[in-house]
Ligand binder design. Sequence first.
Ligand code: FAD
Length: 480
Amino acid sequence: MTQGFDYDLAIIGAGVGGHGAAIHAVSCGLKVAIIEAADMGGTCVNRGCIPSKALLAASGRVRDLRNAHHLKTLGIQLGSVDFDRGAIANHANTIVSKLRGDLTNSLKRLNVDVIQGWGKIASAQKITVETDKGEKTITAKDIILAPGSIPFVPPGIEIDGKTVFTSDDAVRLESLPKWIAIIGSGYIGLEFSDIYTALGCEITMIEALDQLMPTFDPDIAKLAERVLIAPRDIETKVGLLAKKIIPGSPVIIELADFKTKEVVEVLEVDACLVATGRVPVSKNLGLETVGVETMRGYIPVNDKMQVLAAAGEPIANLWAIGDVNGKMMLAHSASAQGIAAVENICGRSREVDYLSIPAAAFTHPEISYVGMTEPAAKELGKAEGFEVASVKSYFKGNSKAIAEGETDGMAKVIYRKDTGELLGVHIFGLHASDLIQEAANAIAQRDSVNTLAFRVHTHPTLSEVLDEAFKRAAGAAAGH
Ligand code: FAD
């Protein structure tokens, strides 16, 4: 251990980012403390990825089993399919408790000191923790800040946690109101619309921008809208801002034109999920004591995860990972950043390659992507002087998808025309979240479609959708 310090490394925040960093640091021989003010496992385990995926798994099964037409084509007939809301909620809660316990035990087993309380930088290499038993001060050669994020609630919206709520409450599935408005059509809004419609609720989805799912590639968003929105009990309103939301029975929602900000419509619904993004937790962290100025709340970092001082230079021995730096607010990105920070602490230079980090929405069917959208790739091409091309392949031509009777879907491959380098892949369809990994690995290697077209894929599998796209791209690049 480093002489003169209590620890080699102290981490503030035991979410996926902090946990991943702690485990990696132990494997590198560091003595580690982790400070957590609330629940071990942070957002992902307690209020994010895990409970939402548990709800999606159960509600997705209900959707499948109630799809009599689909089952009939497979030769199956079922009577009525019932579900118990409370039991589905328990399924999610049980998994959360189990994973939280596993995560805490894994840290104890590795001799990581877990300190319960609010951590704050007192000065360089020193942290104070407000614990139940009073203030505790620890010193560490390096400090990683991993305090994560919380839901963003726009001004004018009042949350009561029962009729107007964020994903923090929604994951507990305490009720299933008949008519739910969802503000925001990002991945959280989409996943909950999938859960709620499968369980019989009607949805009104409100998006401030002119297009639903604005962060997805436009072709994928168009197809997703056709499959995930249009045939379901979902009404959509775009270009409208929820200016005021008053909880109660009914919930009153004032909708204003996004451009003029004039109220144009008032909705009365049973409940409202506010899914308008997330904001970093960076207040009361003692950042000012070491000269850090946040940017819209995010802690500025360089590619090595070193925290930057107001003048832009890195602050020695201070690192920030995960949602709080806003680079890519995903669980696996937080842990990748944690591992990179620890590698740099150990003197092995490492940066995170965001281009190759995939993302997914776990709707039925799923959406996934890695790398650039087509408009973003074209913009880069214009700036750097190369041409961009794209090809599509479809699930309806894939034997496995046909066998499953799940042929709604498409893969879109975006690449450089001159070198064939893969720039982005977007998939909508069955198991898209698993299929994207091959493309992520290929982008990490900066592979060309000309190489990828010769990789052999198992038959019959959904992975052949990508195989088909790579072959088409290589063929197009070769001029046939
Ligand atoms: P967090 O997980 O937010 O953890 C930070 C921890 O720090 C918290 O436990 C907090 O209590 C603690 N803390 C904060 N300040 C202090 C302090 N001063 N002292 C002590 N402790 C402190 N991502 C995916 O990749 N896949 C998904 O499918 C996915 N689904 C999601 C679904 C939902 C509904 C939501 C809300 C998020 C989802 N995410 C998903 C995003 C993912 O949960 C986050 O990106 C991830 O949890 C960020 O990890 P983190 O370690 O940066 O922060």
